[in-house]
Write a new protein. Structure first.
Length: 54
């Protein structure tokens, strides 16, 4: 796997997590621990993307 394709995959996963976080936050009975975990995963992906893109 090339770095470019790996970055593309990471960005796709980051976008999917963003959608999941938005949906969970709009839900009236949102599980705040689940939302926090999704945000943590999203941040880790963002850090990895930033590291590889440099």
């Amino acid at each position: 796997m090339t770095i470019a394709s790996h970055l593309q995959e990471l960005r796709r996963k980051h976008e999917n997590l963003s959608s999941m976080v938005e949906q969970a936050q709009r839900s009236p009975g949102a599980d705040h621990l689940k939302v926090a975990e999704l945000k943590k995963q999203k941040l880790k992906l963002k850090e990895e993307i930033t590291r590889l893109a440099q």
